[in-house]
Design a protein around this ligand. Sequence first.
Ligand code: G3P
Ligand code: CA
Length: 310
Amino acid sequence: MRSVGLSVALVLLMAGAAVGGEKIVISHRGASAYLPEHTIEAYTAAHIMGADYIEPDLVMTKDKRFICLHDIHLEATTNVEERFPDRKRDDGRWYAADFTLAEVKQLNVHERLNNRFPVGMSRFEVPTFEEMIELIQGLNATRGRDAGIYPELKNPAWHRGEGLAMEEPFLEVVGRYGYKGKDARIFVQCFEPKTLDMLRNELGSELPQILLLGSSSVKAGMASAESLAQAAKYADGIGPDKLSIEQDPDLVRRAHACGLAVHPYTLRADSLPSTYKTFDDELRQFYVTYDVDGLFTDFPDKAAAFLAGL
Ligand code: G3P
Ligand code: CA
């Protein structure tokens, strides 16, 4: 029989394997500082800027296709109000779940933030998840890199209520493109523990999974040592908002002790907190002082350059 001491040592070794290794740059919504978020152009730039992983947020259309979009609504980043003025619900919102993919493809995408890519310049469209994957795998082939993808399933409980369950179709799509097993170049992220638990423990997915934690979840106790130990039953890491780490840096140690990697969101050079003089100072604080394993940033070029200089 294995001794208790040996068991503890094995757990720590496994934890080290999960959280150790190279620190990574996760390009948030593509290189969204430079090009409209969640467009093929923004994902391409992220790849060329050296992102290790590139993030598509995913929602579903009425005809059950995954599209790359942050919101379940279309109006914040597309011209849906102008193109389909009569298709809003009673709450005044245009839901992606009410549109077919063919209709979504008629929309123009524009940048969300008004200090970034000028609205009305050039033309961008909403990519499907498959188009995003094929782009990254194509660039990996032509550029001799192995950038991963970091898809987020947005609001799975809400989608389920609309008759659009996401979990099984998601595994079908990524499996079709070769993302299988624990070593696949993918992190699957979600704010809803139930979805990650279902993917891992009901549907048998071994893909690396990240539980996202918003500030309210952290305040509700989801970053306690006990909760993190529970999360380790279906997740390989956590993605907390960056302020939760600033307020409680020990959160990183507690997660690492459970074998969970830590990937906070979102670092932005164009909205630098006043506590930092430069973006490199903020990057150093997270990568080096807090010892996170990776981070989400709209500026993958700056994060990659920072890590290269360490
Ligand atoms: O997925 C990490 C981070 O992107 C979560 O925030 O709102 O940008 O999807 P959000
Ligand atoms: Ca996201």
